[in-house]
Write a protein that binds this ligand. Structure first.
Ligand SMILES: Nc1ncnc2c1ncn2[C@@H]1O[C@H](COP(=O)(O)OP(=O)(O)OP(=O)(O)O)[C@@H](O)[C@H]1O
Length: 392
């Protein structure tokens, strides 16, 4: 048995005296390597505890840069690291906590072309990302490389945790979700909101499951943990079935081509990206924020419908805008139009819900009134027209 560096006995003594860890457990942690994909809300707390526990080598993979809106939950990043790559920013914080851990900083996105090469050097993979195509990609890669995948997800007040592709018959993500959810039902943290402590809870649990696997303390029972911050009780665990023989990734006859286009498989890119590339016929049903500014300043009569939820409308709103939340508008679009007022501009925060609302309004009023959704929503308004308008 090789000795640990002398200072390790002091640093890790509190966990080394635990039954189930001891000296051999600490050596296992030191020899282990883990890849954390996503250094955001889930990745930061997961990285923090993995590094503190003395995992020998940690890959931090994220292509994105730190923004102010990340600091509410992405706890390794700071005001000083805004603008830096998240992988770099996270590594800085981790280095100052435990300089002995080898950190591989990768400022790229994991995509089908690089996934195997990037992830092959590590024993265990953590999915700390926020989008469905990456979930399938990471699961398929974990299966192809024969590695466990510790998968976390969080949205609003809810979170989920599962360990995939682990043990003799552990299922993969595809066994549980053979087909992706409809594109229009999926939203990001920016669109739907996220309570910071929820990502902290799930990220910590991802670190815990990872450490249990390394130490041989995981019982290999496939399960899905569901956390609801406002629920009573807040935690529920659902036992999962073993891997499916019919699974395209880990079943009897695997057939996931390495050339799979995961974005396409999950229903294509986000709606706002699609519509920005639309033909001119549809383009004139959309307004840039500059057009809305000119319309407001010209003094012509117009109607601005803000389809955000009332809580968000209460945070900030355009002068003269009316709040008709999307759900209420879709129930009776015709009722929302003031007859004779034209045109109607529909706004939301990021420019996605306003497209759905504008389409519903157009379908009811048969072309008498011009209805335009505002591209990029209030965030674009703040960035391009009025910097004093809050971004949240
Ligand atoms: N394929 C991928 N490869 C590497 N990192 C990824 C990939 N997909 C997503 N991520 C990263 O996962 C992280 C998810 O974290 P989170 O949702 O908390 O952050 P965010 O995307 O900055 O949030 P917001 O929706 O508020 O902008 C992000 O930093 C994102 O860049």
């Amino acid at each position: 048995m090789s000795a640990l560096p002398l200072l390790d006995y002091q640093r890790y003594g509190r966990q080394m005296i635990l039954d189930g860890i001891g000296f051999p457990g600490q050596v296992k942690l030191r020899k282990a390597s883990v890849a954390v994909v996503g250094a955001g809300g889930l990745g930061c707390p997961a990285l923090q505890y993995l590094c503190a526990a003395g995992i020998g080598r940690i890959g931090i993979i994220d292509h994105d840069r730190v923004e102010l809106s990340n600091l509410q939950r992405q706890i390794l990043h700071t005001e000083e690291t805004i603008g830096l790559h998240k992988a770099e920013s996270a590594a800085r914080a981790l280095k100052s906590m435990n300089s002995d851990v080898l950190l591989d900083v990768q400022t790229v996105a994991v995509v089908a072309d690089n996934a195997r090469e990037l992830l092959a050097p590590y024993d265990i993979l953590l999915d700390c990302t926020d989008n469905v195509p990456t979930r399938y990609l990471l699961s398929d890669t974990a299966v192809a490389l024969g590695k466990p995948l510790v998968s976390g997800a969080a949205q609003k007040f809810e979170g989920q945790l599962s360990v995939f592709n682990y043990g003799a018959n552990g299922p993969c993500y595809r066994c549980l979700y053979p087909t992706p959810p409809p594109r229009e039902t999926v939203g990001s943290c920016a669109e739907l909101g996220i309570f910071g402590v929820v990502t902290g809870t799930i990220g910590n649990l991802q670190a815990l499951e990872t450490i249990k696997i390394i130490l041989g303390l995981h019982d290999e029972t496939p399960a899905l943990l569901i956390f609801s911050a406002l629920g009573t009780p807040p935690f529920r665990s659902i036992k999962l079935r073993s891997k499916k023989e019919s699974c395209l990734a880990c079943g009897k006859s695997p057939r996931i081509p390495s050339s799979t286009d995961y974005v396409q498989f999950c229903g294509g890119p986000a709606p706002d990206w699609v519509s920005l590339g639309q033909s001119s016929g549809k383009a004139n049903q959309r307004a840039k924020v500059e057009e809305l500014r000119q319309a407001i300043e010209s003094g012509v009569e117009l109607s601005i419908i803000d389809v955000r939820p009332p809580t968000e409308f209460g945070i900030c709103q355009l002068p003269g805008s009316r709040n008709i939340p999307l759900k209420a508008l879709l129930e009776d679009p015709k009722k929302c139009i003031d007859s004779g007022t034209e045109p109607v501009y529909v706004v939301c925060r990021l420019g996605n819900d306003s497209q759905i609302a504008a389409k519903a309004l157009r379908s009811q009023i048969e072309g008498e009134i011009t209805v335009k959704d505002v591209i990029g929503g209030l965030q674009a308004w703040s960035k391009e027209i009025d910097p004093s308008f809050p971004i949240y």
